[in-house]
Design a protein around this ligand. Structure first.
Ligand code: COA
Length: 263
């Protein structure tokens, strides 16, 4: 009996983990296997000091992800069953809870739940052929995995409502203009290579400092400015006690490359 390919491929290249949504025949549409496998993979990296950054991409030439698997929608599901299942939409939150930086490398189609996954990543890079949309309104729905909240926080209410009320797709240049992606590359191969290269750059930083950058910026977004600034100072003070902070200053003085250990 043929074994089925896993819906999420997990590879390692040095200190970077590469996760690939791997259902190219369905444009990498999100099924229950992906909802389960993504948080599991992140949980395993959380306790693995050898992994310091993650890149997430889609398999095949067509794109990153066309959203929730529409063919999997259950007609006979009750509202309470759906509510219970939607709690699994929280799988997207595992990307934010994960302490290490995650880059979404977006080529081609990035719609619906696919864009919601990308929105929960820390960095979003695109290739020039990328098309991004939250088209749920066309299906009589709204984005249900954080899109209505994360998109306005990232690009502002006006741009976000424009995308969510029209359901229209935007291209990579527009996504870059409104701040939805931070870098655009000419094609998918360059995108994947550069995403891995930049992930390696991030992985070369003192890992506790990298994870505190993420924590300070992310948790501060839901605090008052005063509380967030205090939180920033607390994290800064904690970093003063790390060996890597001492090593960075020492290496600078000795004009050599630092050797960071994560302690
Ligand atoms: N769920 C399940 N399967 C999907 C899918 C999804 N969200 N999106 C695409 N697919 C499948 C198609 O059914 C097709 O499979 P088939 O060859 O077995 O028929 C395959 O992926 C390729 O898609 P296709 O529609 O033939 O490609 P296209 O280039 O003509 O169109 C899209 C691409 C993305 C515009 C179109 O597939 C689409 O609108 N998908 C739904 C997007 C959506 O509404 N997502 C939000 C869900 S909340």
């Amino acid at each position: 009996m043929a074994t089925q390919d896993p819906a999420l491929l997990i590879e390692r290249a040095g200190a970077v983990a590469l996760l690939t949504l791997n259902r190219p025949d369905s444009l990498n549409a999100i099924n229950n296997e992906i909802r389960r496998a993504l948080p599991e993979a992140l949980a395993s990296f959380e306790h693995d000091p050898a992994i310091r950054a993650v890149v997430l991409r889609g398999a095949g030439p067509r794109g990153f992800c066309a959203g929730a698997d529409i063919k999997e929608f259950r007609a006979d599901e009750t509202v309470t069953q759906a509510r219970h299942r939607m709690a699994h939409g929280a799988y997207v939150e595992s990307l934010e809870r994960f302490s290490k930086p995650v880059i979404a490398a977006i080529h081609g189609i990035c719609f619906g739940g696919g864009l919601e996954i990308a929105l929960a990543c820390d960095l979003r890079f695109a290739s020039a052929d990328a098309k991004l949309a939250l088209p749920e309104v066309n299906l009589g729905l709204i984005p249900g995995a954080g899109g209505t909240q994360r998109l306005p926080r990232l690009v502002g209410l006006g741009q976000a409502l424009d995308m969510m009320l029209t359901g229209e797709r935007i291209d990579a240049a527009e996504a870059h203009r409104i701040g939805l992606v931070s870098r655009v590359f000419p094609d998918a191969d360059t995108l994947f290579a550069e995403a891995m290269r930049i992930a390696e750059v991030i992985a070369s930083k003192p890992p506790v400092a990298a994870s505190y950058v993420k924590e300070a910026a992310r948790s501060g977004a839901s605090m008052s400015l005063g509380a967030a600034l205090q939180h920033e100072r607390d994290l800064f003070a904690l970093l003063l006690s790390t060996e890597d902070r001492v090593e960075a200053a020492k290496a600078f003085k000795e004009k050599r490359a630092p050797n960071f250990t994560g302690r």
